[in-house]
Write a protein that binds this ligand. Structure first.
Ligand code: FES
Length: 177
């Protein structure tokens, strides 16, 4: 069974997006961007890529190359929150590798970060963890961004505090719905 099926953007939403961008310059890029945004898990499942190819009448290989070329396209489901750990030299020497391993442990599942994997998402789709080459804030290493907010001089206890805050604010939001 295709476990990603529940996250595929509905056909009528897809049609609206295709209609909106048809004929405009950069139609494929704009369409893929909008379709990814419409997916609650912010990614482009294989089925969606094939649908876009068919609807725009472009080869599926072209759609795949665009989706895989640009780093802002995700081919895997993304979490509600994003944690980006810097892997630049300054951050590495100040322990960013250990931080990456701590993230998995703090989030409740043991995970040795695999350097060959660009990112991973927790099984509950709450967090996506990725790395970056440098934030340009090397003097404040190690640097971690959580939901776009930069945190400096991060160590495991500080990271634990930040993630606890993020988790509790998301819990509060869910309760108020
Ligand atoms: S190496 Fe981490 S911010 Fe530059």
């Amino acid at each position: 069974m295709d476990t990603l099926t529940p996250y595929v953007v509905e056909e009528k939403v897809l049609d609206e997006i295709v209609r909106k961008y048809k004929g405009s310059p950069g139609v494929l890029l704009s369409t893929l961007e909008a379709v990814q945004e419409a997916n609650p898990l912010k990614f482009l499942p294989q089925k969606t890529l094939l649908q876009v190819a068919k609807k725009l009448n472009v080869p599926a290989t072209q759609v795949y190359s665009v989706a895989t070329f640009y780093s802002f396209f995700n081919l895997k489901p993304q979490g509600r929150h994003t944690i980006v750990v810097c892997r630049g030299t300054a951050c590495h020497t100040k322990g960013s590798r250990e931080l990456l391993n701590s993230v998995g442990q703090i989030l409740g599942f043991r995970y040795e970060f695999d350097e060959t994997e660009p990112s991973y998402t927790t099984p509950d789709n709450e967090f996506t963890i990725r790395t970056v080459a440098c934030f340009g804030q090397c003097a404040q290493a190690p640097v971690v961004a959580v939901d776009g907010v930069i945190h400096s001089y991060v160590n495991a206890p500080k990271l634990l505090k930040i993630l606890k805050k993020v988790k509790s604010s998301s819990y509060a939001k869910d309760q108020s719905k």
